[in-house]
Design a protein around this ligand. Structure first.
Ligand code: AR6
Length: 198
């Protein structure tokens, strides 16, 4: 299904995170949160986040779209990362960056969301994806980051809960990233994020 990007975005401002120390206060300002109805591969931002799997070798959904559109340079770097650091796979909730190849972004930050489970509460792992991705973005010096709704596709996480976790985690992350976009492919996903943002 091809989503039709719409030429508007909803902008809200997150409250500044608590500033427990000076180091953090120099890093943490206001994070601007933006909702976009569209395709993550078309976002001209410093870093786009990939809803990857632990193999780092591609898959369907966002992962498939990023590798298809970004070209072979991304996969080549993922293979090198596997060989050097992640022979056993990138753990769930962790994040790592590569080039963005032909995408209109500078970097792709690959993160591995948890598979939804009705039995165990894996919310902390999903929150970790957003936190760790922003920590990687901070290390890169990225100021604008676009996230998909991690785990809400093939991994089956309910969109309303995924939206709540995404927004709460980014709001409290204490990042130096200035603008975070949530890019929703479906109209329903966009509407759910819009509701969760209030
Ligand atoms: N742009 C923005 N959002 C998208 C796009 C796109 N181009 N394509 C899909 N979505 P998913 P997951 C939405 O399945 O649930 C892969 O095989 C989609 O509608 O991409 O974390 C990986 O390799 C959904 O709301 O990621 C893993 O094995 C959201 O993005 C597994 O899927 C995430 O859907 C990861 O599953």
């Amino acid at each position: 299904i091809q989503a039709t990007p719409v030429p508007y975005a909803t902008v809200r401002f997150a409250p500044a995170p608590l500033l427990p120390d000076a180091r953090r206060s120099t890093m943490a300002g206001m994070v601007e949160l933006v909702l976009v109805h569209g395709d993550i591969t078309e976002q001209a931002v410093d870093a786009v986040v990939n809803a990857a799997n632990s193999s780092l070798l591609g898959g369907g959904g966002v992962d498939g779209a990023i590798h298809r559109k970004g070209g072979p340079a991304i996969l080549a770097e993922c293979r090198k990362l596997r060989a050097s650091h992640y022979g056993k796979g990138l753990r769930t909730g962790a994040a790592v960056a590569t080039t963005a190849g032909n995408l209109p972004a500078r970097w792709v930050i690959h993160t591995v969301g948890p598979v939804w489970s009705a039995r165990d509460d894996r919310s902390e792992l999903l929150a970790s994806c957003y936190r760790e991705s922003l920590a990687v973005a901070d290390e890169l010096g990225a100021q604008t980051v676009a996230f998909p709704a991690i785990s809400t596709g093939i991994f089956g996480w309910p969109m309303d809960d995924g939206a709540r976790i995404a927004i709460e985690t980014v709001r409290s992350a204490g990042t130096s990233v200035q603008r975070v976009s949530f890019v929703l492919f479906s109209h329903d996903g966009y509407a759910i994020f819009e509701k969760a943002l209030v």
